[in-house]
Design a protein around this ligand. Structure first.
Ligand code: ATP
Length: 355
C-alpha cells in the first residue's frame, strides 16, 4: 500500500490532479499488488485567502509519512508569485531536501515539435536541475525600500556538498541511459567563483564514472545546441536558474507545456519525493475542462518508477503514448478539441491490454 499525498494547488491543478488520481486508481484496479491510499490537501491560493499562508506551519509533518506527493500547481492572479512559490512548492522541496529536480523530455508519438527533426528520437533528454541552492537559495535582502539609495540582492550560493551530490546524481542518471552521456552546463566564463567550483567538482565526480562520456557547455551555447543539434545531448545537469530556463525551452521543443513532467527527488529517500506537471495554474483555461492532463500522467509514471514499480510505470507510459498518437485525442494546447475527461478516459482504456 503506497500512501500518496495529493496537493492540487491552484487553477488547473485542481483539474489535472483528480485526473491523475483516476489513472492511478485504474492501474491499481488492474494490478492486484498495486494499492494506493490517497490523502488530499487543500493548500494553495484559496487556503491563503482564509489563513494568510499557503499551507499550515506543521504541513510538512503531515506529509512526512507519505511515500510520494503528487502536486498540481501553485499560482494565483491575486497573490504575488514569490508568495505562492515560496509558501508552498519551495517549502516542500526545501523542507524535504528534494535536491534533484528531474525533467525528462522527448517527443511523444503524435506530437509535433516546432523543430524540424530528421527523427523524433533525436530529441530525448533528461535535464537534472540542482533544486536546493544556487541562484534560488533565498539569500539576500532589500534595504532603504523606495529611496534612491535602495539596495536589493539575491545571492547565488553554492556549497561543495550541494554540487557534489547533484553531480553524482546526474552521472548516475546518465549511466542508466543508453547513451551514457552527460553535459555539464556552466557559465564559468562570466561567473568566476561558484561556477568555477561547479566545473571543478564536475571534473572530480566524473572520475567515479569512467563509463560515462561527458562534456561541458556554456548555458547560452546550450540553448543553441538544444535547437540546432538536439541529438548531441542526452543527460544535462545545470544550476537551479539555468535548468529552470533550459527545461521550459525543452518542454516547448517537445510540443507543449501541458505534456511535460517533473520529479523533485530526494535521492537518499529520507523524505517523500514530489511529482508534478511543469505547467503552472493556467487560470485562462481554468474550469473549462480543457487542461491537458498528460503532463500529470507522465509525472505519475515517474512516481511509479521512483516507487520501484517499473512494470506499472511502463504500462502507463505505453498507454499515454497510445493516446497521444491519436490527434483526435489532443487537447487545445496541441491544436485539438479533446477535453481533460476524454483524454483521461482514453488513457484508462489504453491501460487495458490490447485484445
Ligand atoms: P503560473 O501558475 O506559473 O503563473 P501560468 O498560469 O502563467 O503559470 P503556464 O503554465 O506558464 O501558466 O502556461 C502558460 C499557458 O499555457 C497557460 O496560460 C495555458 O494557456 C497554457 N497551458 C499550460 N498548461 C496547460 C495544460 N496542461 N493544458 C492546456 N494548456 C496549458
Amino acid at each position: 500500500m503506497y500512501k500518496i499525498a495529493l496537493i492540487p494547488g491552484d487553477g488547473i491543478g485542481k483539474e489535472v490532479i483528480p485526473a491523475g488520481q483516476q489513472i492511478l486508481q485504474a492501474l491499481s484496479g488492474m494490478e492486484s499488488h498495486l494499492d494506493f491510499e490517497f490523502s488530499a490537501f487543500d493548500w494553495g491560493g484559496d487556503y491563503y485567502r482564509l489563513h494568510h499562508k499557503m499551507m499550515p506551519d506543521e504541513g510538512l509533518n503531515a506529509l512526512k509519512g507519505m511515500d510520494a506527493i503528487l502536486f498540481g500547481s501553485a499560482g494565483d492572479p491575486d497573490i504575488p508569485d514569490h508568495i505562492t512559490l515560496w509558501g508552498l512548492r519551495l517549502k516542500i522541496c526545501q523542507g524535504f531536501d528534494q535536491y534533484a529536480n528531474v525533467r525528462p523530455t522527448r517527443i511523444l508519438p503524435g506530437i509535433e515539435s516546432p523543430l524540424k527533426l530528421k527523427h523524433q528520437a533525436d530529441l530525448d533528454w533528461v535535464i537534472i536541475r540542482e533544486n536546493s541552492e544556487g541562484e534560488y537559495s533565498g539569500v539576500g535582502g532589500r534595504v532603504h525600500a523606495g529611496l534612491p539609495i535602495e539596495v536589493a540582492t539575491d545571492l547565488s550560493m553554492m556549497t561543495r556538498a550541494g554540487v557534489e551530490r547533484i553531480m553524482r546524481y546526474a552521472f548516475k542518471v546518465a549511466r542508466s541511459r543508453a547513451k551514457k552521456h552527460l553535459t555539464i552546463v556552466t557559465k564559468s566564463n562570466a561567473q568566476r567563483h561558484a561556477m568555477v567550483m561547479w566545473d571543478e567538482i564536475g571534473m572530480q565526480i566524473s572520475q567515479e564514472f569512467p563509463d560515462v562520456r561527458w562534456d561541458k557547455e556554456l548555458v547560452d551555447a546550450a540553448t543553441a545546441r538544444m535547437v540546432n543539434r538536439p541529438q548531441t545531448l542526452d543527460t544535462m545537469v545545470a544550476t537551479n536558474l539555468h535548468a529552470d530556463i533550459l527545461s521550459d525551452l525543452a518542454a516547448a521543443l517537445a510540443g507543449s507545456l501541458g505534456i511535460a513532467p517533473t520529479g523533485n527527488i530526494d535521492p537518499e529517500r529520507r523524505y517523500p519525493s514530489m511529482f508534478e506537471p511543469i505547467h503552472g495554474s493556467a487560470f485562462d483555461i481554468m474550469g473549462k475542462g480543457w487542461a491537458n492532463p498528460i503532463g500529470t500522467f507522465w509525472s505519475c509514471a515517474m512516481m511509479l518508477e521512483h516507487l520501484n514499480e517499473q512494470a506499472s510505470a511502463k504500462r502507463l507510459m505505453q498507454a499515454i503514448e497510445r493516446v497521444t498518437a491519436q490527434t483526435r485525442l489532443h487537447t487545445r494546447d496541441l491544436g485539438g478539441l479533446a477535453t481533460t475527461a476524454q483524454v483521461t478516459q482514453a488513457v484508462i482504456d489504453a491501460l487495458q491490454p490490447s485484445p
